[in-house]
Structures are given as C-alpha cells and as structure tokens.
Write a protein of this length. Structure first.
Ligand code: GUN
Ligand code: ZN
Length: 426
C-alpha cells in the first residue's frame, strides 16, 4: 500500500559547493510517495494526491521533510563516555576510551550500548551511521544485530589494534585479518548492512597488521575502509616516529595498501600538500568531525580547500570524541569552524553535507541522502519552529534558508518530529 507524506520537501539537484545553493530545492507544498521501502514519486502534494488516490496520507504541514541524516564517522562503543572532561587525544584515549572499550568483551554490555546508541541516533533523525566497533568481534555482532532489527542501512567494522593499547584491547596481524574476514563474510551485504575494514589508526597497528588489512581490502573491494588521519599534531609526530620510512602520515597507510577509493579518512585536519594530492588522485573520502575537533582540541578542518579539490567530504559527530549525537548540532559546529577560517558556509551546504555529502563519502549516494525516485525511503521530518528561541528567529526570515538556519544553529532532538526507515515510521 502506497503512503504519501506531505510537507516542505528538500531535494538536491547538484552539488551546492560547485553549482551554488540554488541546486538545493525546497518545495513548499511537496509530497513524497513511498512503496516497498523506496521513494516512488515526488512532486507537489496536489499532483501526488491525484496520481496516488488510494495512498494513505500524512500531512506534516510546514515541517521540513529531508533525507535522513547520515553520520559517517562514529564510535558507538563510546556512547557512555561522551562529554568526558579535560583531555586531549592520546590522554583521552588512554583515560576514557580504552577502559570503556574493554567492557565490550561482554556481549551483553555491547548489546545494551548498541541499542542505546541507535535509540539516541534515531531520536536525532540520523538514519545511517558508519561506526567503529571495538577489537571484540562480538561488538560488531551487537551493532549489526541492532541495526538489522531496526531495518537500518548501516556500516561498521571491528577496530584493529596490535600495539600501543592495553593488552586486553589488542589483537594480532593474523587475528585482525581472520576475525575481520569472518565478520565481513557474515554481515557484508546482508539486508542493508555493510562491513567496513577498520584499522583504528597507524599508531596502534604494526606494519604487519596494516599490511594484513590492506590485503583483506584488496580481496574485498566492495568494502569501505575507515581510519583516522592527521587529527592532532602530537599524534602526527607519533605516527612519523613509529614509521620512520614514511614520507608523511598518509604514507603509513599508502605503503600498506590502505589508500584508495572507498577509503574514509576521519578528521584530516593537518594535511601536507602531498597528502592532499594523493587523496585527490585516488578519489578518497574525508570526514569532517567539527564538534570532536573542538572538544578534543584538534584543530580547524579546511573545508574550502578540500571541496575545491574535488574530494568527497562527509560530516560526522565522531561520538564520543564528538560532544553530540545530533547532526543539527554538528552542522552548527561546521558553520562555526568555517567562520573561524573566514568562510560562511551556506545553510544549503551545511544540510547537504549532513545528508548527500555524507552519502557520497560512503559511496552510497545512489541509495541514500536524497529525495528522488528509487532512493531508500529513509527520511526525517523536522519542525522548523521547535523552540521559542528558534520560532521567533524564523519569524524574521527574509530568505527561504533563514527559516532553516535557526534550526541548524539552535535545534536538537526536539526538532525531530518523525523518522522513516525504509518507508516505515520509526
Ligand atoms: N584516533 C584514534 N582513535 C580515535 C578515537 O576513538 N576517537 C578520535 N576522535 N580519534 C581517534
Ligand atoms: Zn574517530
């Protein structure tokens, strides 16, 4: 049975960084018809009512109907340690992250946190995430089991580390390869789930482990590969000291088969010119994590250069290094970081980054991140007047995006009125 939802419908007809914000359209009285988990028709509400007279209709009035938010770099096991005080990256990992990740040896705890994590992301309108698990294979099973139960399109992989982490959080080159391969065969392509090969970052892997995972990636080219790159200056110095023959941080991955299309490089703040050139040449994706980069004190991502160079850039929370589960809050942080670099990102660009941009980073833009025929019906319905502070600011709107921008800057889960997963109301 077809379902028609009515509201202010947002859709993309190009890249707002390349072609300008006009390619992001807001159809004031729009309609979306969903059937069999997909979007089958879009247009004006009146036209959709005429074309699908038997469809059940839900009218969201003035609310914005958008592709669901896509968060392409998260650590679901860090849910409970979000907003932990007073440390920078390496100390933060050792003080808060590693002790918490140890707890995921217990499958029951992993299942509890995975369920809590998806409750939080869905409440914030996020319909797809790409997560690091822990080194425990059970933590991957817990994530995918909960995602599958909710019908989500979701990405994740077992985090691999064989040095510079507590003994209880280390695998080896061989077990990292074997466990990742087994999990990949178990989950990749099942329902809407995708396995992602996941070396945490160069400082916690030996060259042997990086090579083993590079080989696994070469054998499974339909998988994405995710890792961290050039997040903090101390981390970069450490990576270079551990890999004395590397030309730069990126080369620690490149030399081991871990640079390529389908590579997702989180943070990527302090890049050298050769690194940017190589990332562009191979068509890699970068992920901007602005709340995390401010919270952990990492630095200001250079969005303008990276998009001008044609890199695919996604926008992510990086929970729990990031300080929010909300992609609205994350868009606000991206705006603020760009302002500090002298660039005012347009609201249309911010929204695009949190949906289509992140879908492109995950190489899934043909399935998610837009409202168009044949796309997955993963949608979020957003109230653009969810608080008094926001509502009174939108009253001044003198251009259409000024009615959206206060929600970007001040909105939270109170703005999320409904979420559709594969056409079903979550
Ligand atoms: N670098 C290596 N591991 C992590 C992590 O868990 N979070 C962040 N923000 N950076 C990392
Ligand atoms: Zn991360």
């Amino acid at each position: 049975m077809a379902e028609l939802i009515l509201g202010q419908v947002l859709s993309y007809h190009g890249d707002p960084f390349v072609e300008g914000p006009e390619v992001v359209r807001l159809e004031r009285n729009g309609g979306i018809v969903m059937l069999g988990g997909q979007i089958v028709a879009t247009g004006t509400g009146d036209a959709m009512r005429k074309a699908y007279p038997a469809a059940t209709v839900t009218d969201y009035g003035n609310h914005l109907i958008s592709p669901g938010f896509i968060d392409p770099h998260v650590h679901y096991p860090q849910t409970a340690i979000i907003a932990s005080w007073g440390k920078r990256l390496i100390d933060w990992l050792n003080t808060y992250t590693f002790p918490e990740e140890m707890r995921f040896a217990d499958p029951e705890y992993a299942a509890e946190i995975a369920a809590r994590y998806f409750d939080l992301t869905l409440a914030n309108g996020t319909t797809t995430v790409c997560s690091y698990a822990t080194i425990h294979p059970e933590s991957v099973d817990a994530f995918f089991t909960q995602a599958q139960k909710r019908g989500l399109r979701a990405f994740a992989g077992k985090t691999c580390m064989d040095r510079n982490a507590p003994p209880g959080l280390q695998d080896t080159a061989k077990t990292a390869y074997d466990d990742s391969k087994r999990l990949l065969e178990k989950w990749h392509g099942v329902d809407r789930l995708s396995y992602v090969i996941t070396p945490r970052f160069s400082p916690t892997s030996t060259p042997e482990q990086l090579s083993a995972l590079g080989a696994l990636w070469a054998e499974n080219q339909s998988c994405l590969m995710q890792t961290h790159l050039s997040e903090q200056t101390d981390e970069i110095a450490w990576a270079k000291a551990l890999f004395p023959n590397a030309r730069d941080y990126l080369d620690t991955y490149e030399a081991h088969g871990l640079l390529g299309m389908g590579g997702l490089y989180g943070h990527a703040i302090h890049l050298e010119p050769r690194e940017v050139d190589r990332l562009v040449e191979v068509g890699a994706s970068l992920v901007h994590c602005p709340t995390s980069n401010s919270f952990i004190g990492s630095g200001l991502f250079d969005m303008q250069t990276m998009v001008a160079r044609g890199l695919r850039v996604g926008l992510a929370t990086d929970t729990g290094g990031g300080s929010s589960f909300s992609m609205l809050r994350t868009m606000a942080a991206a705006y603020e970081v760009a302002q500090l670099r002298g660039v005012s990102l347009h609201p249309a660009q911010l929204w695009w980054l949190a949906t289509q941009g992140s879908a492109r980073a995950l190489r899934s833009e043909h399935k998610i991140g837009n409202i168009a025929n044949g796309m997955d019906a993963d949608l979020v319905v957003v109230d653009l007047a969810s608080t008094l502070a926001i509502e009174q600011a939108t009253r001044r709107a003198d251009f259409i995006w000024q009615s959206v921008f206060p929600t970007i800057m001040m909105g939270d889960d109170r703005a999320i009125k409904a979420v559709y997963i594969g056409g079903n109301l979550a």
